[in-house]
Each structure stands twice: as structure tokens, then as C-alpha cells.
Design a protein around this ligand. Structure first.
Ligand SMILES: [Zn+2]
Length: 289
């Protein structure tokens, strides 16, 4: 999908195993930026290089022109296909230092953040060539600059990227959408990260990893909605905790999912972990004031 002449989105479907042989149908966008060379923002899940390389060839370019892969974070739907991209193109792989340990050691990621089918979503560990920090600028040539914003919360080393001069924000998984399954480590950091994004002037297009491109006013209103989503979920967590203070974590999480009209198949460790993030700050009534 063409977002702009030099920016294209590739939609990659995948299945997330949730136990008892059940799976959730998910998808993720990887983005291709065509500058003097080609820069990828995320690599999708395992075996995504083929669809990315096909796109590059359809644009009349050579996949070996991919000289940079920026990973927004270490989760499998973002770095799963990275090993083949690195092997086939010899590109530099860049990521934030705080997510690097999970990229360079998938076994460690599995131990610390278990996802049932992690090993089918990820090709394997790979070396990160460049550590990114908040405020870094990557020069893509042809006047294109990619600015790095550290946006922890979804994971410790999550980053967002702004492409200039286009005013495009690659927001990865930083901004939740109403009704979405909650997936983050630290709700206060997530809120703070969205505030930082909101303060960034001149954004014209929002490119999330799991949403179609959004333009104009929508860019900032979706950030505001994201903040409200966090607060609404926090209200719900506090209410359910107050109603059933002795429920164990799984029973509590199950009630929250019910109240959110989400299926019980979403009762998986990475979702429970997000609700725990709310419980840790349950003494606070208002998180976004
Ligand atoms: Zn993620």
C-alpha cells in the first residue's frame, strides 16, 4: 500500500497461539522507505522477507538496496523476520539498547515474556548493529531524515520514528486503540510516551503497526483517544479489584476482559501482565490528569 511516493506499507498476517490449540488472527504492518537506499521499519514475523522483497522488486529496485532495518521494539511481530533480512541484504540493524537483549537472545525473551508460539513467529536471535537513543537522527539520503523518539511503556526499549520532512509518525504499538487487547509493561510510561508524541508539532500522518494510515487531525485525536483508553481501562481495573479484592490474578483478569467485551481467548500471560501494570498503580485514581 502506498502511503506516499517514498513510503509503503506491507500488511503481514499471522496467528497468535493462545492455548488449547486456539489462535487469534492478527496482522502487523512493516514499512518500506524508499530513499537513496531502502530503509525498513520492522520486519514482520518469520518468513516475511519474501513479501517485502517482492514489493521492492515491483518498485523496480533491488532487495539488496535495503541497507537499514530499524526495529521499533523486540516483539516477535516486529523482529520475527529480521534474521533473513539481515542475511539476504547485509543491512545494518538498529534498535533501542533497552530492547536489544530480547532481539539478540530470543530464548531470554521467551523466558521473560512467554508467548506460546514465539518460536514459530521468530526466525531466531540476531545481532543489533546500531544502538538507538532518544533524539538520534538517521539520514536516509534524498533529504529524508528519520528521528528517533524513545517511547517506553509497551516495552522498555520501544521507539517511535518521525520521517521528515513528510511529518509521518511510525508509532509501532505505542498508541492503543479503543477496544484493543491491552499489551504493555508499564502503563505510566505508556501514558508519558503518548504525551511526548502529542507534543511533537507538525505530524501529518500516523502509521501504526496494526492500523491503516491516518491523516490530518486524526493523528493527534487518536493519541488523545489512546490516553482516554488507558484511563477507562484503569477505572475498570480499580472497580473490579474493589468488587472482588480476593480474586486471584487470572480470575480478576478474566472479569476485566468480560467487562471489556473481549473474548476469554485473550486471557494470556502478556495481557495479564498489562493488567498487573494497572494494579501496581491502583492507588492512583487519575492517570492522565
Ligand atoms: Zn509489540
Amino acid at each position: 500500500m502506498e502511503v506516499a511516493k517514498e513510503v509503503h506499507a506491507v500488511k503481514i498476517p499471522f496467528k497468535l497461539a493462545v492455548g488449547s490449540g486456539k489462535t487469534l488472527e492478527r496482522f502487523v504492518y512493516a514499512y518500506i522507505i524508499y530513499g537513496r537506499k531502502i530503509c525498513l521499519v520492522d520486519s514482520g514475523v518469520s518468513s516475511s522477507f519474501g513479501v517485502i522483497a517482492d514489493h521492492v522488486r515491483q518498485m523496480g529496485r533491488d532487495p539488496r538496496d535495503i541497507n537499514r532495518l530499524v526495529l521499533t521494539h523486540a516483539h516477535p511481530d516486529h523482529m520475527g523476520g529480521a534474521r533473513t533480512v539481515q542475511k539476504e541484504t547485509g543491512c545494518q540493524v538498529a534498535a533501542h539498547a533497552l530492547d536489544k537483549p530480547w532481539i539478540e537472545d530470543v530464548d531470554l525473551q521467551y523466558r521473560q515474556r512467554p508467548i506460546l508460539n514465539l518460536y514459530s513467529l521468530v526466525e531466531g536471535s540476531l545481532k543489533v548493529d546500531q544502538d538507538l537513543r532518544d533524539g538520534d537522527t538517521l539520514d536516509l539520503g534524498e533529504g529524508l531524515l528519520l528521528r528517533v523518539i524513545h517511547t517506553p511503556g509497551h516495552s522498555k526499549g520501544s521507539i517511535c520514528l518521525v520521517l521528515e520532512p513528510n511529518g509521518m509518525l511510525f508509532s509501532a504499538d505505542a498508541i492503543p486503540m479503543r477496544g484493543a487487547v491491552p499489551i504493555y509493561d508499564d502503563v505510566l510510561s505508556s501514558i508519558n510516551s503518548i504525551r511526548r508524541l502529542k507534543a511533537w508539532k507538525g505530524l501529518k500522518t500516523l502509521l501504526a503497526s496494526w492500523d491503516e494510515p491516518r491523516h490530518g487531525e486524526k493523528v493527534y485525536s487518536l493519541m488523545e483517544e489512546g490516553l482516554l483508553h488507558f484511563q477507562q481501562l484503569h477505572d475498570l481495573v480499580r472497580r473490579i479489584k474493589a468488587e472482588s479484592p480476593d480474586a486471584d490474578l487470572t480470575a480478576f483478569a478474566s472479569r476485566v476482559l468480560n467487562a471489556m467485551n473481549l473474548p476469554q481467548t485473550a486471557l494470556i500471560p502478556i495481557v495479564i501482565r498489562s493488567l498487573e501494570a494497572h494494579l501496581r498503580v491502583a492507588d492512583r485514581e487519575n492517570l492522565i490528569a
